[in-house]
Design a binder for this molecule. Structure first.
Ligand SMILES: [Zn+2]
Length: 231
């Protein structure tokens, strides 16, 4: 094997199991870190799902779930979009907010209003590059279901959209279905109001990091939800 062939063989070994995985840089955070999306499965399928592993930088257990998703074989007829980490600056700093001190999940254009403190909603809707990145991807992809991972209340939030979808995910992962306050400027609030007929919801994972077996279990639940609710 010549050097070029060996390099290609080594590269192939590092690729995830999914046959069709495409990574795109969507934009950059306040501090210039890339924010990527990974598209898995069939780009031509109308069954489009979005999973966001982390939006609050100190609630990032969902990163293990999206990592597991990228290693699972994709079912036919699914176009799965993954934003691993929408808030890399907050994750690096261990903060809920982005590097401007803004809570990204209060910065979306649905009943946005000025908020301060730890829920600082920014100077205006979509003031933050990270929020705009998610906003533009969602407008482009129009996911039928979006799942946003947070911590650490151990529940599936009845966030709006189709409660049957949320109930099904709750049963699949064994977390109770509860209704949290519908916060102004939240990503799921914006999605559920902007795109009637779609469902965006929050999953509050347990505290701490997820063991890898649990991450795989959540990832399989995402795929099961995609299949069961298709069409
Ligand atoms: Zn959160």
């Amino acid at each position: 094997m010549n050097a070029g062939a060996a390099a290609i063989a080594a590269l192939l070994l590092t690729l995830p199991a999914s046959a069709h995985a495409r990574r795109v840089v969507l934009g950059h955070s306040v501090e210039g870190r890339p924010v990527d999306a990974v598209e898995l499965g069939d780009p031509h399928s109308s069954n489009k799902l979005l999973v966001v592993g982390c939006i609050h930088g100190n609630e990032c257990a969902g990163l293990a779930i999206v990592g597991a998703l990228e290693r699972l074989p994709m079912p036919a007829g699914l176009d799965l979009w993954v934003i691993e980490n929408l808030n890399p600056d907050g994750h690096a700093a261990g903060t809920r907010q982005n590097a401007h001190g803004v809570d990204l999940n209060r910065n979306f254009p649905w009943v946005w209003r000025p908020l301060g403190g730890i829920y600082d909603s920014g100077p205006r809707p979509l003031s933050e590059p990270e929020s705009r990145i998610a906003y533009h991807l969602i407008l482009r992809v129009r996911p039928r279901i979006s799942i946003w991972f947070h911590q650490h209340e151990r529940l599936v939030d009845e966030s709006g959209g189709d409660i049957a979808v949320e109930r099904r995910f709750s049963a699949l992962v064994g977390l109770p279905l509860r209704r949290l306050l519908r916060e102004p400027g939240s990503a799921v609030g914006w999605e559920n109001h902007r795109f009637p007929g779609t469902t965006a919801f929050v999953v509050e994972l347990p505290a701490g990091s997820l063991p890898s077996a649990a991450a795989v279990r959540y990832a399989r639940a995402v795929l099961a939800l995609a299949r069961k609710s298709a069409g």
